[in-house]
Design a protein around this ligand. Sequence first.
Ligand code: OMP
Length: 273
Amino acid sequence: MKFVERLIEIIRKKNSLLCIGLDTDIENIPEKLSGEKDPVFSFNKDIIDKTHDLAAAYKINTAFYEVNGVKGWTSLTKTIDYIPDDVIIIADAKRGDIGNTAKRYARAFFTELKADAVTLNPYLGSDSLEPFIEYDDKGLFILCLTSNKGAQDFQKLKIDGKYLYQVVAEKVVELNKNGNCGLVVGATFPEEMKGIREIAHNLPILIPGIGAQGGDLEKTIYFGTDSKGELALINSSRGIIYSSKGDDFAQAARNAAEELKNQINIFRRKKNL
Ligand code: OMP
């Protein structure tokens, strides 16, 4: 099954655009798990148990695992293996390198780690993306307009009357021959999202920046989803997984996830009225 078909199937089955970011910081793990052999995995396991029915995707930012060296890679692998099949697993690795190296990254994330999708940096151009595109059952979320302040430095430069982020969106549409390309657009830029959605009307958009970064949820849904109110994943990491530092952390994460999922669906319905 093509990646985009699987994504739509999951979004519809669960009636959810929610993506939960498992950006699990060893320093923020509740006291009660500190004696565990692999506290990061134990934390993720409890969060996954409590939230998998609500989430269309989990996004795992690899930095939070790589920082712990070999142990971190083990926590990452165990977490991916534990996630049920009806949740898309996005390895947020933001890779980008020459084709020969990109081939190894693609194999590392898709075949070895068994992630369903990966985030990629498009700076090195189309041959750095091609090795990932060849896996048509796997997804690529390519950085288009990021949520941070530094997005101004390059992404908002104008080239022949267009912003660089618009050029990226057009290029990704052109490369999407296998139906597995998507974009990353920050919720902190809802007005720009409108133009990006017009260019990329049939691409999934991964949207971080809700919650801790203060993105505008209603406008994000309005401009970021497609005409059916689908084809977008709304990510929140810290805003969900660190809802409580106490023993009730997993239940608190569930409550936050449920609230965000419902709020997203209220705005989706409003858009489609
Ligand atoms: P919270 O701000 O805690 O919800 O985390 C946001 C997550 O999304 C982190 O893993 C970021 O690295 C990631 N992210 C952004 O915040 N902004 C972007 O433009 C792109 C990403 C990403 O590619 O996921």
